[in-house]
Design a protein around this ligand. Sequence first.
Ligand code: GLN
Ligand code: ZN
Length: 752
Amino acid sequence: MLTHNLGFPRIGLNRELKRAQEQFWKGTIDEEELQKVASELRMRHWKLQAAQGVDIIPVGDFSLYDHMLEMSAALGAVPERFGWDGTKVDLRTFFNMARGGEKAHAMEMTKWFDTNYHYIVPEFTKQQTFKLSSDKIFNEAEEAKAAGFTIKAVLPGPVTYIHLGKVMGEKFDRWEHLNAILSVYEEITKRLAKDCEWIQFDEPAMVLDLPEPVREKFIPVYKRLKAVAGGTKVMVATYFGGLGENEELAASLPVDALHVDLVRSPETEQSLPEKIPASMALSLGIVNGRNIWRVDAEKALGVIERVKGKIGAERIMLAPSCSLQHAPIDLDAETGLDPEIRNWMAFAKQKCAELRLLADIEENKDVSQALEENRKAWASRRASPRVMNEKVRARMSSITEDMYERSSPHGTRKAKQQEVFNLPCLPTTTIGSFPQTGEIRKIRRQFKNGEISENAYRVAMEGFIKDAVVFQHEVGLDVLVHGEPERNDMVEYFGEQLEGFCFTANGWVQSYGSRCVKPPVIFGDVSRPRQVTVEWIKYAQSLTDKPMKGMLTGPVTILCWSFVRDDQPRKDTCKQIALAIRDEVCDLERAGIGMIQIDEAALREGLPLRRKEWDEYLEWAVGSFKLTASGVGDATQIHTHMCYSEFNEIAEWIAKMDADVISIEASRSKMELLNVFEDFEYPNDIGPGVYDIHSPRVPSEEEMVELIRKALKVVHYEKLWINPDCGLKTRAWPETTAALKNMVAAAEKMRI
Ligand code: GLN
Ligand code: ZN
C-alpha cells in the first residue's frame, strides 16, 4: 500500500516563512533572500516527509501566500487593477493581489471551506483571457525530482477553482471561461507529466451541495486532463466531508485514483468502494489532517481491512484526510506539554509516520512495538482521570429544559432593564477591547515570563482599565467596557483558566498569508475551577456610575477556535463549555454587573458545509449559547456580538438566541445586512456597527448619521444601539478617539 500526503504546512516549525515574508514586505530582505528561505523550507519538509516513510511527496503545495492565489497566477487570472504587464506574474504583482497595491485594493479573502485557513478568491470578468503565467510549480517539481523524491504535483482542480471564484463587474456565466482555463490546465498537466509520477487535482467542491450545471463539468474536465497526462497518474482529491449525492459522479471520473476523507465521512467506507471501477485506486484519508490526536491504529486497520476485502490491497493508498497544512508541524518540539497528554497527540510529522505504520502493518512488517505504543496511548487516554471529570458528567446529565430559557420574554425583561439602566434612546457602546498598545503587551509578557509579580501585574492592568473608563467618560459613551487589556486572545484567555484545556508552545497553523494561530487544545471535560473575569469587571464597575458590560467569549466560539477532543461529539464538548461560562455569567450578576456580553464571533463559521446539516448544528450551537446566558434574572441584560454581516440565511436562529442586545458588523457593507430585516423583524435590540474598525480611517459624524438613518428604516428607534463593527484592539488611540467622538455625536444628533 502506497502512502502519500496531500500537502504539508508551509510556515515552518519556527514560523520561518512568516518572518521572511514580513521582512520582505518591510523591505529588510530582498526577493532572493525570501526565495532562499522558501526553498530551504520546501527541501526540509520533503525530506521530513520522506524520512517518516511517505512514499509519494507532494509538491506545489507550498506558497508564499496561498495556493488558490498561486493558481490564479498560473492561469494569468490577474485583475486589471494591478496593472500587470501580462508576462510572468512577478512577486510584486503576486503580493499586491494578496495584500493590495499602491492603487489597487487587495483581492477578497475568505475561509477555505470550514477551516480557519483563508484563501484569496479568484475574480472573473467577462472579457478576461487566460494563459500560463507562472513557472512556480514546474520549478518546484524539478527541484524535488532532482533531489530524488517520488513526487505528486498538487493543484486546485479546475471545477473547484472556478466554483470558488466570484464574478466581477458585468454579470455573466463564469463557466464560459472553462474552456480557456482548461487549456492552461492541459498545458500545465503536460509539463508536469515530465517530472511527476502523479498529479493531484484538489476538488473539495465535491463535498458541497452543487448545482447540476457544476456537477456536469467534472467528467468532461477530467477526460481532457487525463488525456494529456501521458503515463503520469491523475488523482482527484476530495476532503472536508462526504461525497453524498456526488458519490457516483466521483466514482465515474476517468482518473487513476480518488481520495476521500474517511475521518469526516466514515460512512464512505461502506458506500464507495463497490462503485469505483477496477482501473481506479482509492486513497483512504484515514489520519485526521485537521486535528492533533493520534490515529487510533486498530480502528484504522479495521477500515483498511474491510476496504481491502472489497477492492484488494493493490488499489488502496493511505493518506491524511486532507492536507496537513491545517495541523501544526512537530509534536517533538512540545517539550513543555504534560507528557501524558502529549502522548495522545500527533502533529504533521507524526501523522506521516502513522501512515507508514499502517502501511507497514499491512505489509506484514514487524512493527509490533509501534503498534503497541499506539494502543497504550489510546488506552491511557480512554482511562485517564484527566479526561473524565465526574462532576462535569453529573452536571451534564442534570441539565433541565428550563436552564435554556430566560424566565420572561424579552419585552418584560427590557422594561425591567430600562428601570435599572435608564439609558437614552440610541444608546452608545463599544464591543469590548480598546487599542492593545505596546505597553499593555509588554506588561502581559513580563507577567507571563515571571519577570513581574502578580501584584505589579494587577496594578498595571487596573491602570489600563482606569484609563479606559476615564476615556469613555470623556467621549460620552453610555455603556462602558473595561477594555480587555488582560487578554491576549479572546479564546486563549478563557482556555487558560478552564480545566480540560492545554496549550502548545509551537502549535501554529496558518490562518492567511503570514498570519498564524495557535489554537488551544481541549483534551478533557471542561469546567471552571475559579472565576475568570469577575475581579476585573468589578474593579471597572467601581470606577463609574454608568453600566459596565462584563465581557465573555461564548461556548461555540471557544469550540470553533480550538483543537477539539475527538472522543465525544462536538456538541457535548460545547455544552460543557457552556456550563463553565454560565457559571461566570451568574457570578458576574452576583457581583453586581448588570450587563454581560457573550461574544459568539464564530457561530456562523461553524455552519456545516452541507445545508441539510445546518439545523442540527444550529440547534445545539444556539442551545449552548442559551444555556450560557439563561441563568440570570430579568433585569440583567445579555448582549452578544458577531463580527460578520452575512447572516440572512440564519437570521431566525440568531433571533432564537434571545440575547437582549446583539451587535453585528454592518458598516463595511453599508448596512446591507439590514435588508434581511425588511421581511423578518428582529425581535430584540440590535446594534449594527456604524464604524468600520478594520481600517485606520476615521468615519465622519455625517457618515455615521447616514448609516444610522439607514438602520432606522428597518430597525425600530427604540431597539437600535449605536456601536462600532467589532473590538478596537487592533486600532491605535488617535483614530479610536476621533472615531468614537464622532460616533457619540452622531447618536446624539439622531436622538429625539
Ligand atoms: N469582545 C471582543 C473584542 O472586542 C470581540 C472580538 C471579536 O468579535 N472578534 O475584541
Ligand atoms: Zn467582532
